[in-house]
Design a protein around this ligand. Sequence first.
Ligand code: FBP
Length: 244
Amino acid sequence: MLGKIMKDGKTLILAYDQGLEHGPSDFDEKNVNPEYILKIAKEGKFNAVAFHKGIAEKYRELIKTPLVLKLNGKTNISKEDPISPTVCSVEEAVKLKADAIGFTLYIGSEYEYKIFEEFAKVQKEARRKHLPIITWIYPRGKAVGKNEGKYMAYAARVGLELGADIIKIKYNGNARDLAWAVENAGKAKVVIAGGVKSKESKLLNQVREIMDAGAAGMAIGRNIWQAKDPIGITERIQKIIWRR
Ligand code: FBP
């Protein structure tokens, strides 16, 4: 099932859901345009690109890269415990020729029970349609506070327990913790989010560390499409992921 979005058990996914999740503050004149992202996805030979449904609908004929369709989303305006409502169905994902579905779960949020209920429905439907499931799992909310990193392995385990195929988590910077998170994910694959744009050398060292810890790759956005040379940095990341 993962054949379209992974190569030799590894993957590099271009994330572009930030327009909803963060708003236009992440964008400049170039990367505000989804066509620019699609060009990077194609030329950079990404294994998949992650969009919300509006972009997938409007730009469908230009999407030449396997599509991960995000089925839930929210803005970052509210500072309450997060919940990301379902805004697209698995059926719509199939119509949009998605190759996988994406879903964000905020573990530790006071709305965790609702998030799990929503995800259970989506997970069941995606299985019926034979679509792989990628979960973004982020520990968030008052109960988590600044301890997001402490729950990295827990996030990975939640993905396995709830039926994800690929689990996207944030790296807490500790390679041993990440190796433990990967073990906790069992047969599910772990990929790491990119985070805010950082110095290229720092990012590449982090990718090395992540891959050595047993992760299957990255699902990364700003560090690619905010870069001056997106294809160059993509190729350098791919060299590390596939150890070329
Ligand atoms: P970046 O590589 O740009 O950090 O994107 C990864 C990602 O998971 C996006 O898919 C998502 O929009 C964003 O980070 C959410 O991050 P946060 O919840 O920390 O604002």
